[in-house]
Design a protein around this ligand. Structure first.
Ligand code: MLT
Length: 317
C-alpha cells in the first residue's frame, strides 16, 4: 500500500511507515495533489497541505488521512466521512509545547521583552521605560480550558497566578483540581482578567468570540494571548482596541488567514506575532509524527485507530 507524506514529519515516523508501506515524501501544489491523490491509500499532512472535498472525492484508493498535529481544520472531515475515509490525528503530541509557548508569551508581554530588546539593540538603553509586571497574584482568564489550557493552568499556578476559567464544557471537578474559579459568563471573565489566554477550538460558536464588546470590557492594563486558532479573536476589533488603549498588548501565534504575510496589527509595537509555531518543537513534532504514523498503520492493517476524529460518524454511516 502507498502512503503519501505531503508535509514533512519526523524521520523516525517515516522509517516506521517504511517498514510496512511504500512511502512517498512529496509536497504537492493543490492541483498536483488533485491529480496524484488516486495513487495513494493514505496521506499525511500537517497544516500546509489542505485536503478539500474535491481531493477526497478524487482519492479513489484513499482510506485514511493523517494530521500530524491536533487541528483538522485543513481537512474536509465531512467529505471524508461521507466517503468512508478515516481522519486520524495526534491530539496529545503538542500539548506541553503549546502550553510552554503560551507561558512564554504571557511572561514576555508582562515584561515587554520584545520592545526592550529592539530598543536596547538600537543603542537607546531605555532602562526607565521598562517597568514590568509580576505574574504573581495576577488573574489569568482562560477562554476554554481543555488539554492545553489545563497544562497552562498548572504552570500559571506555579507562578502564583489565579486562574479564572470560562469553559462551558469543562467538568466541575476540574475547576477544583486547578484551584480555579469557574466563570460562567465571558463578559465577567474579560472584565476581571489581567491576562487572557485562548484555548478553544475554532467553530461556529467560537468564531469572532473576542470582539468589540469584549475589548470594551477589558482592563486597559490587560494582555491577550492566542495560541489556539485565528478567527476566535476578531483582528480588526483587536487593532481598534489597541489603538484606543482598551488593552495593553497582545501576542498572536495564529491568524484568521494563514500564512499571515501582512496585517495592520504588525504595525503596533505592543503586538507580538509568530508564524503558528507554538507546537513547533523537536519533541512535539517527533511525537506527532510517530503517533500519526501509528494511526495510519492501524487503519491500513485493518485495526481501529486510537485517535480518529470521525470514528463515531463513520460507524453510523
Ligand atoms: C495543531 O493543530 O496541531 C497546531 O496548531 C499546530 C499546527 O497546526 O501546526
Amino acid at each position: 500500500m502507498k502512503v503519501l507524506i505531503a508535509d514533512s514529519i519526523s524521520a523516525t515516523a517515516v522509517a516506521e511507515l517504511d517498514k510496512n508501506f511504500e512511502v512517498v515524501e512529496q509536497h504537492y501544489s493543490p492541483d498536483e495533489l488533485l491529480a496524484e491523490i488516486s495513487k495513494y491509500d493514505a496521506v499525511i499532512v500537517r497544516s500546509a497541505t489542505k485536503i478539500p472535498r474535491e481531493v477526497i472525492e478524487a482519492g479513489a484508493n484513499l482510506k485514511v488521512i493523517g494530521r500530524a498535529g491536533v487541528g483538522v481544520d485543513n481537512i474536509d472531515v465531512n467529505a471524508a466521512t461521507e466517503n468512508g475515509i478515516y481522519v486520524v490525528n495526534s491530539p496529545r503530541a503538542s500539548t506541553i509545547s503549546v502550553a510552554e509557548m503560551t507561558i512564554a508569551l504571557i511572561l514576555a508581554l508582562g515584561r515587554r521583552v520584545v520592545q526592550a530588546s529592539i530598543k536596547t539593540k538600537r543603542g537607546e538603553w531605555p532602562k526607565k521605560e521598562f517597568m514590568g509586571l509580576e505574574l504573581f497574584g495576577k488573574k489569568l482568564g482562560f477562554v476554554g480550558c481543555g488539554r492545553i489550557g489545563s497544562e497552562v493552568a498548572v504552570r500559571a499556578i506555579a507562578f502564583g497566578m489565579k486562574p479564572l476559567i470560562y469553559d462551558p464544557y469543562l467538568p466541575p471537578e476540574l475547576f477544583l483540581k486547578f484551584g480555579a474559579e469557574e466563570i460562567t459568563d465571558l463578559s465577567e471573565l474579560v472584565k476581571r482578567s489581567d491576562f487572557i489566554t485562548i484555548h478553544a477550538l475554532l467553530n461556529e460558536e467560537t468564531r469572532g468570540m473576542i470582539s468589540h464588546r469584549e475589548f470594551e470590557l477589558m482592563k486597559p492594563t490587560a494582555y491577550l494571548v492566542n495560541c489556539a486558532r485565528g478567527g476566535i479573536v476578531d483582528e480588526d476589533a483587536l487593532y481598534d482596541a489597541l489603538k484606543e488603549g482598551k488593552l495593553a498588548g497582545a501576542a498572536l501565534d495564529v491568524f484568521t488567514v494563514e500564512p499571515a504575510k501582512e496585517s495592520k496589527l504588525f504595525e503596533l509595537e505592543n503586538v507580538y506575532v509568530s508564524p503558528h509555531v507554538a507546537a513547533s518543537t523537536k519533541e512535539a513534532q517527533e511525537r506527532a509524527g510517530i503517533i500519526t504514523a501509528e494511526q495510519i498503520r492501524l487503519v491500513l492493517t485493518g485495526a481501529e485507530p486510537e485517535f480518529c476524529v470521525n470514528a463515531r460518524d463513520l460507524k453510523q454511516s
